[in-house]
Design a binder for this molecule. Structure first.
Ligand code: UGA
Length: 432
């Protein structure tokens, strides 16, 4: 079976590389020559642990090209894995998906299955099918399937090679059979449904997880007020397997390229159908406020950050990625700069990307020690292992004023009590 993948972002590249790992020969198509050159030399254009090793291991089965005609013309299965970024009104921008679909229509010379992996609003697969059918250059049959992706950045390979489930949304049996053949080597439950349900499963899953995070964040905020401890509350809730113990980590809100975009897109879609999703709206609102929770906490200690030395640990939206999209740091650092703080920041992989956005006003440090030196206040935005493993007593030694505002609960309170610092975290007692 010959496979092609449109797009070499997170979804496209990881899908292509993992299918090669499972034995298929895969052509990965991208419009950017520069990216294709990099991938040909075994370099991944995205930061994802283990990806380059797998690219190199499977290099004989992987072809990277900008020549989409060549890649698509005799493919049996073509995956579309291009991005669907957020538009100003919150809806999904489908331009990349539609242009990939048009290129497929113009190129294919034999019957094939086109599989949409990109996250697209419910009903989009029908539009893609129409678009392909009306642009076909040759007299061939196209079977369209929706096959959403559930990988998370940082664990993308594991999530793709050992998925929690494989969802196949089809309107005809041929597409269903061929996709089941593709996924024969994967050990996961397979759900075959219609295309709209498959599209909805993706949004409903992401939005439910976002809801879970906003819910635990609201409970954490209340815990702080009434003197309960969110770690114990989450632990106690998680023992109930109807609730589950994952995604109950309180923090300064969800970021990334998925939850913020997918909550807004589903909310937009429901509004378009005159049917407001009130729970999703609440998750979005709670998250916006949560992102500035540490700045609000800092006002307990200082009226303004003017002239203060502020240390920032972590810039990315989560550990294991260099991605800054919708990261809390992007909301907080402009406020600190506006306040007139002297900011030093550290992140093991996200600094280069951040520096492109903020070349001035922030001093970028290569070590946590250097960042904390003489700081009056420290903000923790990402729970990198390097932070979690950094001894709390060193904050006291290095900082002018050891006040730590931890947005990701990197330390346990017992250690904080021993460290002789002010430690203000999420949903827990403040140690001082
Ligand atoms: C998310 C989903 O987890 C994937 O299943 C999905 O396939 C993906 O979106 C997508 O649609 O492509 P991702 O955005 O990479 O994956 O990262 P997550 O690990 O889900 O984290 C998202 C955000 O939620 C991060 O900012 C993280 O810090 C935050 N989070 C997560 C919490 O604040 N608390 C938690 O308990 C878990």
């Amino acid at each position: 079976m010959k496979i092609a993948v449109a797009g070499t972002g997170y979804v496209g590249l990881v899908t292509g590389v993992c299918l090669a790992e499972k034995g298929f020969s895969v052509s990965c198509v991208d419009i950017e020559e520069r990216k294709v050159d990099l991938m040909r030399s075994g370099i991944s254009p995205i930061f994802e642990p283990g990806l380059e090793e797998l690219m190199i291991k499977n290099r004989k089965k992987l072809n990277f090209t900008t020549n989409y005609k060549e890649a698509y013309k005799d493919a049996d299965v073509i995956f579309i894995g291009v991005g669907t970024p957020e538009k100003h009104d919150g809806s999904a921008n489908l331009n990349y998906v539609y242009s990939a679909a048009t290129e497929i229509a113009e190129s294919i010379e034999k019957d094939c299955v086109v599989v949409v992996k990109s996250t697209v609003p419910v009903g989009t697969n029908d539009k893609i099918e129409e678009l392909i059918k009306s642009n076909l250059a040759h007299n061939v049959k196209v079977h369209l399937a929706s096959n959403p992706e559930f990988l998370a950045q940082g664990t993308a390979l594991k999530d793709t090679l050992n998925p929690s489930r494989i969802v196949i949304g089809v309107e005809d049996s041929i597409a269903g059979e061929i996709l089941q053949e593709v996924y024969k080597g994967f050990d996961a439950p397979v759900l075959v449904t219609n295309r709209k349900s498959a599209e909805m499963i993706k949004y409903a899953s992401n939005d439910f997880l976002a809801l879970k995070i906003s819910f635990i964040n609201e409970i954490a905020n209340l815990c702080e007020i009434i003197g309960a401890d969110i770690d114990d509350v989450a632990l106690g809730m998680g023992y109930d397997n109807r609730i589950g113990n994952r995604f109950l980590n309180a923090g300064i809100g969800y970021g990334g390229s998925c939850f913020p975009k997918d909550t807004k897109a589903l909310h937009w879609l429901a509004n378009f159908h005159d049917n407001e999703l009130k729970t999703i709206k609440a998750a979005i609102d709670v998250n916006e406020n949560q992102k500035i929770k540490l700045i609000k906490k800092s006002r307990k200690y200082f009226n303004s950050l003017k002239g203060l030395n502020v240390a920032v640990l972590g810039l990315t939206f989560k550990p294991g990625t260099d991605d800054l999209r919708e990261a809390p740091s992007l909301v907080n650092i402009p406020i600190m700069l506006e306040d007139g703080a002297n900011i030093k920041a550290w992140d093991p992989v996200g600094m280069k990307n951040f520096q492109k956005k903020y070349p001035e006003g922030v001093t970028y440090c290569f070590t946590i020690e250097e960042t904390l030196k003489d700081a009056d206040l420290c903000f923790i935005f990402t729970e990198w292992d390097e932070v979690k493993e950094f001894g709390l007593s060193k904050y006291r030694q290095l900082m002018r004023n050891p006040i730590i505002l931890d947005g990701r609960n990197c330390y346990d309170l017992t250690s904080a009590k021993k460290a002789n610092i002010i430690y203000d975290s999420m949903g827990r007692e403040t140690i001082n």
